[in-house]
Design a protein around this ligand. Structure first.
Ligand code: ATP
Ligand code: MG
Length: 393
């Protein structure tokens, strides 16, 4: 067993000593068998939440109603979820009813794909009720049971399919793919936040082009925010050279670029996708820089003001979209920036007050900003005397 599982072994042992079953399940099992790094170790058990709470000293009620208790042990935290079945998915989203059961097989049956329906016991034995190991071997994403029914239960699984395709570079089994295409409109029933999470994981996955292509081919894009009728523009993203998205913001900006969005439109687009304000600002800034690079009018101040992250993301995108720009000039610009922030100025707010003989207040910020710009654009050198002289001019 890998160290992540080794560390969690005492948990399985304690549950078993109390007379219940416990297994490692879900993504950690899949990733371990594939030899990929494991994020979080999830545990499934026949014990009910109250029983888990009586076994462990430090627990958190993460999702008691759904059977999940978090156990804290040796600086790690583990989600322990009671075996359960789900029923009555009337709204294509969430089950009306969660029923705790004592059988592992029933629990595995409710899981989305065969490769995610594997369990490992404390001796390392794999429980494989749906031929998930064969599918892992053949690199196939296949719904557990009847695909049509599974996507009716929870339409988000269709997005999860293309997400795993991108992360793992797998193929979606034909019947599963056909059911996605038939049921793509059900995606409209799903909360934007949940779609976004899978969508962005797909975009930053290592085989994102394969996932994104399938996302378009299976018509999922038509039922996502802001993507209806945009498939041909979105398709342009596939004609770029192969590359890896470095972060969410790079992916969103790339999409905004092929959709030919202005900064304002991009901002609205990201609002509709419910992207966080911080991330949205970074995307808009990246787009602004990208356009300045494209029109060859990027000035040192733009560069400095928008921050290195946004500029380097924009630079990568410029390369990808085959935008001609003078890299040497850009590099020279970067090297020439004399300070990293206003803190590096050789003059302080207090000095400004004294030099100009003014009262403390918002004016100081205005002058500091003016000095910062002057230093960055090399209108004045960053020395106390020169800055003072510049202020008095
Ligand atoms: P990741 O590495 O991204 O965490 P994961 O497979 O662990 O991938 P999670 O979203 O963490 O994905 O879910 C854990 C497990 O719960 C999955 O492996 C799967 O067995 C099950 N699962 C999660 N979401 C669904 C769903 N919508 N429908 C059915 N089963 C699901
Ligand atoms: Mg997980």
């Amino acid at each position: 067993l890998p160290t992540d599982f080794q560390q969690a072994l005492p948990i399985l042992e304690m549950i078993e000593t109390a007379g219940f079953e416990a297994y490692f399940v879900g993504g950690s099992v899949r990733d371990h068998i594939l030899g990929l790094p494991i994020h979080d170790v999830d545990i499934a058990t026949s014990a009910y939440p109250e029983e888990i709470k009586s076994i462990f000293k430090h627990t958190v009620d993460t999702g008691i109603k759904h059977g999940t208790v978090t156990v804290l042990m040796n600086d790690n935290s583990y989600e322990i979820t009671t075996f359960r079945t789900e029923s009555g998915y009337q709204d294509y989203r969430r089950p009306d009813k969660v029923t705790f059961v004592r059988s592992l097989e029933d629990d595995l049956k409710r899981r989305d794909f065969t490769i995610n329906a594997l369990a490992v016991d404390r001796n390392g034995n794999v429980v494989d009720k749906f031929d998930g190991l064969t599918d892992l071997d053949n690199q196939i994403i296949r719904a557990v049971g009847v695909p049509e029914e599974r996507f009716h239960e929870d339409a988000l699984r269709m997005m999860r399919a293309v997400r795993f395709q991108s992360q793992l570079d797998f193929t979606i089994e034909p019947e599963t793919a056909a059911a996605i295409e038939d049921n793509a409109p059900l995606l409209e029933k799903i909360a934007v936040e949940r779609i976004r999470e899978e969508f962005i994981k797909m975009m930053i996955g290592r085989a994102w082009k394969i996932g994104f292509k399938e996302f378009l081919n299976l018509n999922l894009s038509e039922y996502c925010p802001e993507f209806a009728g945009q498939a041909s523009k979105l398709n342009n993203l596939l004609s770029t050279e192969d590359f890896q998205m470095v972060d969410d913001e790079m992916a969103w900006t790339a999409i905004g670029f092929v959709l030919e969005h202005s900064e304002e439109k991009l901002s609205k687009f990201l609002r509709d996708w419910k992207v966080s304000n911080k991330s949205r600002e970074a995307c808009v800034s990246t787009m602004r820089i990208l356009k300045l690079i494209q029109s060859n009018s990027l000035e040192i101040w733009d560069y400095y003001k928008d921050g290195l992250d946004n500029v380097s993301r924009a630079e990568k995108l410029a390369e990808l979209f085959d935008i001609k720009f003078d890299r040497e000039k850009l590099d020279k610009l970067i090297d020439a920036i004399p300070i990293n922030s206003s803190h590096d100025l050789k003059i302080s707010g207090n000095d400004v007050i004294k030099t100009l003989n003014i009262k403390p207040g918002p004016e100081i910020g205005f002058f500091m900003n003016k000095l910062e710009k002057a230093v960055v654009t090399q209108t004045v050198t960053n020395s106390y005397e020169d800055l003072q002289r510049y202020l008095l001019k």
